[in-house]
Each structure stands twice: as structure tokens, then as C-alpha cells.
Design a binder for this molecule. Structure first.
Ligand code: SAM
Length: 344
């Protein structure tokens, strides 16, 4: 195996194909030709944060804000279950309030009662809040560190946003016994290959269970400017190289093929799976809200309903020799391995 820096610097098509094939073989060996699915519920775009790259940042006055209520979220989880998706992800902008904590707590209890795996991706919260949601029945939490480089983080966020707090949140999540997921954006302005290699070392050092990462894609109403914008093809390649290098470093974790890959190429998610990813998160949010949850330009499937997404997925996976683990939660192998080691 090459060093992380060498893998991430590859450019020749034959060398890239060899990297993806090696990572896919590693995935086949630990996980098999199987893909875990989570129905993605985009629960709301109300956000207290003002990240310079994000389309739903607080200062974007063009966004019409929404927040699903408890019944709407539970109904979507039931829909996911009727498709055979045994897990859902609830993702939204960041809200820290007792009222919101209670809304999520009630919703989590009802979804857990459906005997489903549940990932939350609701940003930075106090440890007590994470604990309450864990006790209510949430099993996984995804909080991207965005970049493991504190200096780069500070160039992408207002001064009020703290990389240290995000790191502390990841550690709180571990203490609360979640399956912990993190991730980064790749292709950020000012980000180097060495930074991306450090990101993968960060995943290993934090011993995370899951990764949700993807290419950075500019949003026309977000202020982050790029002096030398990458092409869509370059962003996609970077995303695939990161998946492959991460799989080769951490063979037993869950790695999602992010929707952002599909925004860059119609078969971007399949390419992600063939580079070592093993999780897909088909969107099950109602079509009327999908356009209001645009983190970046060119979000795919904004006009498709959940049933169409499901049929499309089956077809696409069959074409690459993979299949969906219907009726299974698809928990992280690494999480259970760590729990077993702790009992010894
Ligand atoms: N509020 C939660 C949080 O902070 O983790 C979850 C929602 S947040 C919008 C989900 C993820 O979208 C972020 O972690 C970020 O990596 C990603 N994102 C935002 N803007 C993006 C962009 N322009 N391109 C690619 N990914 C983006």
C-alpha cells in the first residue's frame, strides 16, 4: 500500500483505477457485496450557524425556512420501513434549545419503537442533550469535523464557530456510547493533499465508526470564494480518492457514498461504492422540502419522490453487482469490535 499522501496525489487514470480496485477488494473482504441504506430525513433548514460554504447558513435570506414536526418525521420513518430500510438519518440545521431537544427526544422515542436504527446529524449540542437523545433510542450520530486543520476551519467559519468545540462534541458522543461518525469536505479552497491525509489520520486517531464525507461544491449564495475553482471531474476524483484511502486505512468502518458525489456525476454514488463505500442515504424527505435544503448547487433528485428513489437505487446497484441489505440496520462492525474489546 502507498502512503496516504501518495494515494491522494495519484492522477493517472490507470493508477486511480488500481487504487479504487484495491479499496473495493478490502471492502468486499470485510463487508461483502452489500450496501446498507438509511432513509435520509432532511428535518429542517433553520440554522444558527453561518458557515461560509453552506447554502442554508443563517445569513442566507433567500432560503425559505422550514422545520418538520414530530408526526411528519415519524411518518417518513414509517415510509422508510415500508421500503425495507431499517435505519433512518434525521439531519437538520443546528438548533440548540430545550424546545428543540424535546421535539427530537419525542420523535426519537417513537422511531426507536418502530425497531429501527436511527442516526442523528443535528450539529453541536451539550453532552447532556446528546445523552438524552441516546437514552431516547438514537444509536448513531454524525458530526463532520469539516477539516481536521483548525487553521483551515477558522478560514471557513466566522470567529464565533469553534473547531475545538466540534472536537469536544465528537468526544462527548463517544462518552454517550453512540456509534460516532465524522467526515470532512474535500476540495476546499486552501486545502492541500497533506491536509486530506491528516484528515484520514484524524479519523483513525479518533477511532470513529462511520464516515460521511464528500466533495465541497460551491453554493451561489454562500460567500466562500475560490481563486482556482476545481472542475466537477476533479472534485469527484478527490472524493473517490478520499473514500478509497479511508477504506484502506479503516477496513471495518461504515463509509457513506455522499449525495454530493451524485451531484457531480450521474453515477457518482455508484463510483463511491466501487471505491470502497458501503452506505447509501436515499432521500425520503417530501419533494416540497427538498429544494429548500440545498447545501450546494446542483443537488440531485429534488423532484423525485422516495418511491422513485428506491426503484432507481435497486437498478443502479444491480448494475454494479452490489445489493441492498433490506431489513437490516447495517451497524458499524468497528463499533461492535471496540465494545467487545472493552469487555475483555
Ligand atoms: N447541522 C448539522 C451539522 O452541522 O453537522 C448537519 C447539517 S450540515 C448542513 C451537513 C453537512 O453539509 C455539513 O457537515 C457540511 O459538511 C455539508 N455541506 C454544507 N455545505 C456544503 C457544500 N457547499 N458542499 C458540500 N458539502 C456541504
Amino acid at each position: 500500500m502507498n502512503s496516504l499522501e501518495e494515494m491522494l496525489a495519484l492522477e493517472r487514470p490507470d493508477e486511480l483505477q488500481a487504487l479504487y480496485a484495491e479499496a473495493y477488494a478490502a471492502k468486499l473482504k470485510t463487508i461483502g457485496p452489500k450496501v446498507s441504506v438509511r432513509g435520509l430525513i432532511e428535518a429542517g433548514n433553520v440554522c444558527a450557524k453561518d458557515c461560509y460554504y453552506c447554502g442554508i447558513r443563517r445569513s442566507n435570506a433567500k432560503v425559505e425556512r422550514y422545520l418538520l414536526d414530530e408526526d411528519e418525521m415519524v411518518r417518513l420513518a414509517e415510509l422508510a420501513k415500508s421500503f425495507g430500510y431499517q435505519s433512518v438519518v434525521i439531519q437538520s440545521g443546528e438548533i440548540e434549545s430545550e424546545e428543540h431537544t424535546r421535539l427530537i427526544e419525542r420523535t426519537v422515542k417513537r422511531i426507536a419503537a418502530l425497531d429501527m436504527g436511527l442516526t442523528l446529524s443535528l450539529g453541536e449540542q451539550e453532552e447532556e442533550v446528546y445523552r438524552r437523545w441516546r437514552e431516547a433510542g438514537a444509536t448513531r450520530y454524525l458530526l463532520r469535523i469539516e477539516t481536521s486543520d483548525e487553521k483551515l476551519y477558522s478560514r471557513l467559519h466566522p470567529a464565533s464557530h469553534s473547531w475545538r468545540r466540534r472536537l469536544e462534541c465528537l468526544r462527548s458522543l463517544r462518552r454517550c456510547d453512540y456509534q460516532v461518525g465524522t467526515g470532512v469536505m474535500c476540495g476546499l479552497p486552501g486545502q492541500t493533499t497533506a491536509d486530506l491525509a491528516d484528515d484520514i489520520r484524524f479519523f483513525a486517531d479518533e477511532d470513529v465508526d462511520m464516515i460521511g464525507m464528500g466533495p465541497y461544491i460551491p453554493h451561489p449564495d454562500a460567500p466562500l470564494m475560490e481563486e482556482h475553482p476545481l472542475t466537477a471531474a476533479e472534485r469527484l476524483t478527490l472524493g473517490l480518492k478520499m473514500i478509497a484511502a479511508t477504506r484502506l486505512t479503516l477496513p471495518k468502518i461504515n463509509i457513506a457514498a455522499a449525495t454530493a458525489l451524485q451531484a457531480l456525476a450521474d453515477d457518482g454514488r455508484e463510483q463511491g461504492l466501487k471505491a470502497g463505500a458501503n452506505v447509501l442515504m436515499p432521500n425520503i424527505t417530501g419533494v416540497k422540502y427538498r429544494k429548500q435544503y440545498q447545501l450546494y448547487a446542483g443537488k440531485p433528485c429534488t423532484g423525485e419522490n422516495a418511491e422513485l428513489c428506491r426503484q432507481c437505487l435497486d437498478r443502479r446497484l444491480a448494475a454494479i453487482g452490489e445489493h441492498i441489505l433490506y431489513g437490516e440496520r447495517g451497524d458499524s462492525l468497528r463499533y461492535f469490535e471496540r465494545c467487545k474489546n472493552a469487555q475483555r
